[in-house]
Design a protein around this ligand. Structure first.
Ligand SMILES: Cc1cc2nc3c(=O)[nH]c(=O)nc-3n(C[C@H](O)[C@H](O)[C@H](O)COP(=O)(O)O)c2cc1C
Length: 346
């Protein structure tokens, strides 16, 4: 089963019309992006999503260019359908990673983790790739489009991983009416069912990006214990990391609570106390806080240490109830959206 829903299915023609722009931009059957997830979105999940008619995206994370080239080639061996690569803008070798993508003829580069340098956008486009950027606010969305972004992702705070402060519900209302005519905009964060995807398409979104819903795809290589935590987790278990003192900023990351998240609070308190006692400089205390989570996502995803590792997950984790092939998850999302349209006679 490749998960492709026949166009003749009730509501499907109307859904296709709503997804047309996003699907054409991605070159995929459906306007659904598999949001890049470090350690999770490698060749197997990415190819499975693309083969199922969605658009898989490799998470480059901290990979070096050689390693990324291998992952791209590995993915190309598993699918002939298009997929993208997500690059973190603060990677020290960002320019080399862009070249790696271009050499491998990757069609879409997604820049994440901050505003990409204009030169990286320019080079990606000159090299023939389409550029997708994350826009956390309307002013930045406008700036990114001026800098050459071909499409935007707006990701709400419901999402898993590093998050901004604003929900998708509000970002969509601020950004879609103002910007959707200019560039395709994909919505992300907290989307677990097709009806939700449909409502954003009707507001002008070109498509949706989901991450959490795909972690328990059969093809996903995440450790069985990581997947089990997702199947057991409820929306209220996926909470942002808290900062205990504004002098020591913590970038919020939404993850399932575990022993690690509890120890992180104690660790911050300990570093704060050492700073106040003059035992640590402010910089040293901040570094100690930042280092707490180093390698923690890998520990959970790859090693299955679900107690001490980071269980990054979005609030839609409550809608993950089983392991299923990527094609089945995609077919379910598409089926829910098409059925909702069919019920209204669309
Ligand atoms: C385990 C995990 C790891 C993630 N890693 C990344 C990443 O490396 N780069 C990135 O841009 N987004 C990352 N994200 C965010 C996803 O790409 C996606 O935007 C998000 O999961 C969408 O929200 P949802 O989880 O509610 O579907 C990650 C999300 C999760 C759950």
């Amino acid at each position: 089963m490749d998960g492709i829903t026949p166009t003749a299915a009730p509501g499907m023609a109307a859904l296709d019309r709503l997804m047309e722009r996003g699907a054409a931009f991605l070159g995929s059957r459906y306007a659904i992006l598999g949001g890049a997830m470090s350690w999770v979105s490698e060749r197997n999940l990415v190819a499975a999503l693309s083969n199922a008619g969605a658009f898989g995206v490799i998470a480059c994370g901290a990979m070096e260019p050689d390693r990324l080239a291998q992952e791209i080639a590995g993915t190309q061996a598993l699918t002939r359908r298009p997929f993208g690569v997500n690059l973190i803008t603060m990677h020290p070798r960002l320019d080399a990673l862009v070249e790696t993508c271009l050499e491998a003829k990757v069609g879409h580069i997604v820049f994440a983790g901050g505003i990409p340098p204009g030169s990286a956008i320019k080079r990606a486009k000159e090299g023939g790739a389409k550029v997708v950027c994350f826009a956390p606010a309307l002013a930045l969305a406008k700036k990114l489009v001026r800098s050459g972004a071909d499409a935007l992702v707006i990701e709400g705070s419901e999402a898993g991983g590093h998050i901004g402060p604003v929900s998708l519900n509000v970002l969509a209302q601020e950004i879609l009416p103002a910007m959707a005519e200019q560039v395709p905009i994909f919505v992300a964060g907290g989307i677990g069912r097709g009806e939700a995807m449909l409502s954003y398409l009707e507001m002008g979104a070109a498509g949706a990006q989901l991450g959490t819903r795909f972690v328990c795809a059969t093809e996903c290589v995440a450790h069985p214990l990581f997947k089990r935590a997702f199947i057991r987790g409820a929306a209220r278990d996926a909470v942002p990391t808290l900062q205990i003192d504004e002098r020591f900023p913590v970038i919020p990351v939404r993850a399932l609570t575990n022993a690690g998240t509890k120890r992180f609070m104690a660790h911050q308190a300990e570093m704060l106390a050492k700073f106040q006692a003059g035992e640590l400089s402010k910089e040293a205390a901040q570094l100690e806080i930042e280092h707490f989570w180093a390698g923690a996502l890998r520990r959970a995803v790859v090693d299955g240490d679900v107690e001490n590792g980071s269980l990054m997950a979005g609030q839609s984790v409550g809608m993950v109830d089983r392991e299923a092939p990527a094609a089945e998850i995609i077919a379910e999302l598409i089926g829910q959206a098409a059925a909702a349209l069919a019920r209204r006679g669309a």
